[in-house]
Design a protein. Structure first.
Length: 243
């Protein structure tokens, strides 16, 4: 069973297009099409969140075998559009989505909204409601939070250890760090996730972290799976990723 996955994108359309090109080249070398799972955090911090959403939405519409999961940043964007006063339960109470550290203003700027981080929230929200297409809102809000494929389970942030996959909460799936990151037990599948930025993808045996810090100027990671075997895709080909 072959599949592909891409880590946290964070508004970097150019990096996403490069990752898709690497996957297309790998498919040509290794037996043709296979599903591509995107691990969420499509938006925030990078320069073209709108372009990322349009690329993925239109790709699915034309029949690409792409799974696009919901990340915590995607959920915060949807929540802001629904109710600018609402607070995501996973977010520190002293933060809002428009806090400079989170990058929400950059996402709104990609939709042509003027100075979204420097004006009162009410007019910024009104501008967002006018600028963000309903199709984008519907698509973003409907993203799944888990994808299971053979011995692989794809999520944005991780899972709550010891809880059955079907009983995981959305907030854990898009926000969790501990106790997941330090738990070394066998979860019954290889958990493929992002959310916690590293300098490079890392295989821990029971989980695989693909967030290589595109949000902070790092690369965007794409990998290929052959069963539970993992290969980092590079311009020169596959590089095995071992724990």
């Amino acid at each position: 069973m072959r599949a592909y996955a891409i880590g946290d994108i964070h508004g970097h359309l150019n990096l996403l297009l490069t990752a898709h090109n690497l996957i297309t080249e790998d498919m040509a070398r290794h037996g043709g099409p296979a599903p591509v799972i995107h691990l969420g955090d499509l938006v925030d911090r990078g320069p073209d969140s709108r372009g990322v959403i349009e690329h993925l939405l239109h790709g699915q519409a034309r029949g690409e075998d792409w799974v696009v999961l919901k990340g915590n940043h995607d959920r915060m964007f949807s929540l802001f559009l629904d109710d600018p006063a609402a607070q995501d339960p996973g977010l520190r109470p002293d933060y809002s989505w428009l806090h400079p550290r989170l990058g929400g203003a950059t996402t709104l700027a990609s939709y042509g909204i003027h100075a979204p981080g420097d004006r009162p929230v009410a007019p910024v929200h009104a501008d967002a409601m006018a600028a963000v297409p309903q199709a984008h809102r519907d698509w973003l809000a409907s993203r799944p939070t888990m994808h299971r494929l053979g011995e692989l389970v794809f999520v944005h942030a991780g899972i709550r250890p010891g809880v059955a996959f079907e009983d995981q909460t959305e907030t854990d799936l898009v926000w969790i760090r501990e106790p997941f990151l330090s738990d070394d037990r066998d979860h019954g599948a290889l958990i493929v996730h992002g959310h916690t930025a590293l300098d490079a993808p890392m295989h821990y045996g029971n989980r695989l972290n693909l967030d290589s810090g595109a949000a902070y100027g790092g690369p965007l990671t794409a990998v290929a799976f052959e069963g539970r075997e993992v290969f980092h895709l590079t311009p020169s080909g596959r590089v095995p990723l071992h724990n």
